[in-house]
Design a protein around this ligand. Structure first.
Ligand code: ATP
Ligand code: MG
Length: 266
């Protein structure tokens, strides 16, 4: 199903004006032309009214100074590269407000005791989903799990530390050479997630782990559920199986997933 679209005209123009103002401020401060918000890139990309207003609020409240451009675009979210007032790179994950894609997310929400009181089928499910990822990431960071540091969540926009350089994300496991240590570290992350953060990722894969010079970094925690979720064990089993399959494909010998499962849940 295609994305439910936009009402880009009025809010879009307003947003563009705001960005223009910000831009001239940046220019007055001596920011280089390369640093400035590439209005066309972002405006070409379809964002709904809520997202545009939310970006605008993030700018006026000083969370970010400007948006540099789009980093990637998934079915359910778009990732932008922004810069904060101190010049730090920031990643903005904008959950798309579409009719289609949140139904399938409900199973990850309704049986999670932390989110049990939400109303089903509401339009703000997308905002709850963004909050859920924020909360999951916060739980990970608190538990010392190597994961992306969340900065703020506002409506459907998640503000994250940027992992990568000059607007280019770090390589994920699937884009990297991998070895035994990466396998061990991946399993260790699953285990720490379960035991310390009391979460199951539920979408754990070679696509959702960065391999950096400082080790592996886990991300994309929107689907992660509390270990009390009634399908938590099933999701855990799937996570272990998926990542094991990846390492086998790359020629490594792996432990039997059920042995890992037993150890993690012990
Ligand atoms: N904090 C970050 N800093 C830099 N790049 C990031 C960050 N988080 C995610 N990315 C990039 O954006 C891509 C998509 O992120 P993420 O997996 O969280 O979104 P998604 O909605 O699950 O998208 P997909 O459907 O492609 O998995 C990642 O593959 C990565 O390249
Ligand atoms: Mg992903």
């Amino acid at each position: 199903m295609s994305e439910v679209t936009l009402f880009p005209d009025e809010p879009g123009k307003k947003f563009a004006r705001r960005i223009d103002n910000q831009l001239s401020k940046n220019e007055r401060r001596g920011a280089s032309a390369k640093d400035v918000f590439d209005k066309k890139k972002v405006m070409d990309d379809v964002l709904d009214k809520t997202s545009i207003m939310t970006l605008s609020k993030l700018i006026s409240s000083g969370t970010i100074s400007y948006v540099n451009g789009i980093v990637g675009s998934g079915k359910e979210s778009k990732m932008y590269w922004a810069v904060d007032p101190d010049g730090n790179n920031i990643a903005l994950k904008i959950y798309l407000v579409t009719a289609s894609n949140f139904k399938k997310r409900q199973p990850y929400l309704v049986d999670d005791p932390r989110f049990s009181r939400i109303k089903r089928g509401t339009r703000n499910l997308v905002e709850i989903w963004a909050q859920k990822e924020f909360r999951n990431l916060t739980q990970c960071v608190k538990s010392g799990i190597p994961s992306i540091r969340p900065i703020r969540v506002l409506k459907n926009v998640l503000v994250l530390e940027f992992v990568g350089k000059n607007g280019v994300p770090a390589k994920t496991l699937v884009e990297s050479e991998v070895d035994e240590k990466d396998y061990k570290d991946s399993i260790s992350i699953i285990s720490q997630l379960y035991k310390k953060a009391e979460l199951v990722h539920a979408d754990f894969s070679e696509y959702n782990i960065f391999k950096t010079e400082n080790g592996l970094i886990l991300f994309d925690l929107g689907s992660a559920v509390d270990i009390r979720h009634r399908n938590a064990k099933e999701f855990l089993q799937r996570d272990i199986t998926n990542i094991s399959r990846f390492f086998v494909k790359r020629g490594l010998t792996v432990e039997h997933p059920s042995d890992i499962m037993a150890r993690v849940t012990n």
